[in-house]
Structures are given as C-alpha cells and as structure tokens.
Design a protein around this ligand. Sequence first.
Ligand SMILES: [Zn+2]
Length: 85
Amino acid sequence: MISPIRQCAQCGGGLRPKSVAHTQTWGEGIYRVENVPAWVCAQCGEVWLSAEVSQTIDRLVAKPPRAKRYEKVPVYSYPAPAVSR
Ligand SMILES: [Zn+2]
C-alpha cells in the first residue's frame, strides 16, 4: 500500500518526489541507502519518507544485502537545530 505524503508537515509547502540518499543507524552500524524514493519539500527542503519506504529501509538494514559499495564516511552532528518558523 503506497501512502503518498502531499504536504510538508514543517511548513505546509508542496512536496515533490525525489530520489535521495538516506542514512539510517541500526545498532552500532550506519547504513547509507541510495536511490530512496522520498518526498522533498519545495519550500524548506525537508525530506519525508512514506511509512512504506521507512519500513523497507528498516527491513533492509536489519538484514542487509550485499552492499553496493563501501565508503568511509565521517558523520557529524549538525551544530544547531534547523531553523523553524
Ligand atoms: Zn517544508
């Protein structure tokens, strides 16, 4: 069941379908999943994943297939909360 999200819950802007790279933590691992079908807000750029896509990612990282490739990625915490209105 596909449940598209049509409006940004942050700012109410319109969402556009877009493939994104999503980073998911699971246990002690960090998983980067590319070509994730997401909805990106045209106004604030917030990325939204449908429940179905989130579940698919959860399943994928819980039992990952052979990785497409490996990257050593330094991961940082964003220094300040995102600007909200
Ligand atoms: Zn928005």
